[in-house]
Design a protein around this ligand. Structure first.
Ligand SMILES: [Zn+2]
Length: 87
């Protein structure tokens, strides 16, 4: 029997554990640039957020990304996530 590895991740806003495919992944690449990794292909340190506006708002308010990356994250990244969620 092959045991399948389930890669659970934690939302930075609500702390819910879910499969990584259910999250939006925000990545800091090796140059220190932040981007939204919609295909899960970007190398680097990632943070995960549920695909809903409520978690986005909560993360923005509590500076969830700042805490996840232990550095200042530009607020434009939250706007970028918002535009993805509204599509
Ligand atoms: Zn969440």
């Amino acid at each position: 029997m092959i045991k399948k590895v389930i890669e659970l991740r934690t939302c930075i806003a609500c702390r819910t554990h879910k499969h990584k495919s259910e999250f939006i992944r925000i990545v800091r690449d090796t140059n220190g640039n932040f981007s939204i990794d919609s295909r899960g292909k970007i190398q680097g340190h990632g943070a995960y957020l549920c695909k809903n506006l409520e978690c986005l708002k909560r993360a923005k308010k509590s500076h969830g990304l700042d805490r996840a990356f232990k550095s200042k994250v530009d607020s434009t990244i939250y706007d970028a996530i918002e535009s993805i969620l509204q599509n």
